[in-house]
Design a protein around this ligand. Structure first.
Ligand code: SAH
Length: 446
């Protein structure tokens, strides 16, 4: 057991941990919220900062609630399940405001984070590892934070409710058909992960079996039994990942049942989603996110819009209805292919898709660009991309970000030539510390 220290929480960190200051020392504590006093067990230290967990609570926040999920204090997925939803939103708004102040050095209005109507059971993508426990029983669930120990979990409070009964029956069928589950230490076994993707607007559901080799023994019978138990499954894909890494999906894939993809709609357009393509995980809130972003553009069918980091083409395709032309760039091949299919499916002709690194693409692009919509991954964009925006004198940038800190870093870079005119956080990840933000940057005309 680690050292125990008593302290008062004075703030919440960007990762959703309680911040405790004792003299010059800083402790980040899971599951501790502002104004609470607790005994904290120190678990480890990194770069001069201690990390701990609550051992005993003495003073309790008035915003604390009973979490729905029994493992929420050990899984690490939901930093905020123990706190009222309104308070979660306040933390997120503050996180964005603080990042802009601290990193971009701007003190601009940040609108209150837009909350979700349904803050539980929203996730349309669920992925769980399978393994055997010490007693040799098949288990699945979530990894204990910072470890590879599986905490067996029957259901998760934020995932689509359709996933839990399917995962349970997959476990039962694994036992019945004697399918060897993967052992991380020895590298032996076949089934590693199960991934489920659900459609919000269609009665469609995909199961992905991540295995170490193609065509495992008993596969056909296993699949047939699974479909019989769960006719709501519309497609099953096998994905082979034989590498000994933390990445869940490998490159080889085989469709075992159905079309190999599911469909869903966002803002009235239909999208095809395959096992590996990126698709926003909160189907209700994503519409609010995209509408918030696209409302910042006064479209009159004359604009050439770049949709950078475009995934399966969602934002660009929605924008294309009102723009003259959209140019869409995405680095992942499968997502790029899905995007082309999605344009056909929705009869959109004024969009061009490029499979390339966004920075390389934009610095080589010599056509007109009126507006840039950018939605990079958590690590944000890079100097090559941002400096090209400045050099090309793009008038308006709509930056959609899933990480306020890298967003602030990129805004700071742009701030010599752009002014922030609008900041709106949107909650796509209730119960967690994550937040999406829409920012409008307007070129400063000198
Ligand atoms: N706009 C999409 C996807 C956003 S996620 C949506 O809302 O669904 C970020 C996307 O950026 C991912 O699809 C990822 O594959 C892509 N990406 C990551 N690095 C990239 C790069 N250097 N150039 C282009 N795309 C990149």
């Amino acid at each position: 057991m680690g050292r125990i220290i008593q302290g008062k929480c004075v703030d919440i960190s960007s990762e959703g941990k309680g911040v405790v200051k004792i003299g010059k020392d800083i402790i980040f504590c899971d599951g501790l919220f502002p104004n609470e006093v607790a005994d904290i067990e120190i678990l480890y230290q990194r770069a001069g900062v201690s990390f701990g967990k609550v051992k005993k609570l003495y003073e309790i926040s008035k915003d604390r609630i009973q979490p729905r999920c029994k493992i929420c204090t050990s899984c690490g997925g939901c930093q905020y399940q123990q706190i009222k939803y309104e308070k979660q939103l306040e933390f997120k708004t503050n996180r964005v405001r603080n990042a802009l102040k601290r990193i971009a050095h701007i003190d601009t209005e940040v609108k209150p984070c837009i909350g979700a109507k349904h803050p539980y059971n929203y996730r349309n993508k669920i992925q769980v590892p399978f393994a055997k426990d010490r007693k040799g029983r098949v288990v699945y669930g979530f990894y204990k934070e910072n470890s590879h120990e599986i905490i067996p979990t029957k259901e998760c409070a934020i995932e689509d409710k359709r996933a839990a009964p399917i995962l349970w029956d997959i476990k039962e069928l694994i036992k019945e058909f004697d399918i060897p589950v993967y052992n991380e230490d020895s590298g032996r076994g076949i089934l590693r992960y199960v991934l489920i993707r659900t459609s919000y607007h269609y009665p469609e559901l995909m199961v992905v079996l991540v295995t170490t080799t193609m065509n495992f023994p008993g596969q056909r019978n296993f699949i047939n039994a699974l479909i019989k138990k769960h006719p709501e499954i519309t497609t099953i894909v096998e994905n082979v990942n034989s590498r000994h890494t933390n990445v869940i999906l490998g490159n080889k894939e085989k469709v075992l049942y159905g079309p190999g993809f599911i469909k869903d709609t966002i803002c009235d357009l239909v999208f095809e989603i395959s096992a590996s393509s990126f698709f926003q995980i909160n189907p209700e809130q994503v519409e609010i996110l995209y509408k918030t972003a696209l409302n910042l553009i006064d479209f009159n069918k004359k604009e050439v819009v770049l949709d950078a980091y475009s995934g399966v083409g969602t934002i660009g395709l929605i924008a294309s209805k009102n723009a003259k032309k959209v140019i869409s760039v995405e680095i992942v091949k499968d997502a790029h292919k899905n995007a082309i299919e999605n344009a056909k499916r929705n009869n959109v002709n004024n969009i061009e898709f490029y499979c390339d690194d966004a920075s390389k693409f934009i610095s080589n692009y010599d056509g007109d660009l009126d507006i840039v919509i950018m939605d990079p991954p958590r690590k944000g964009s890079d100097e090559r991309f941002l400096s090209t925006l400045i050099n090309k004198r793009v008038k308006k940038i709509i930056y959609i970000s899933c990480d306020p800190e890298t967003l602030a870093r990129d805004i700071e870079y742009l701030s010599t030539h752009y002014v922030v005119t609008y900041v709106q956080p949107v909650d796509l990840f209730s119960m967690t510390a994550h937040v999406e933000t829409v920012v409008c940057l307007q070129q400063i005309t000198k």
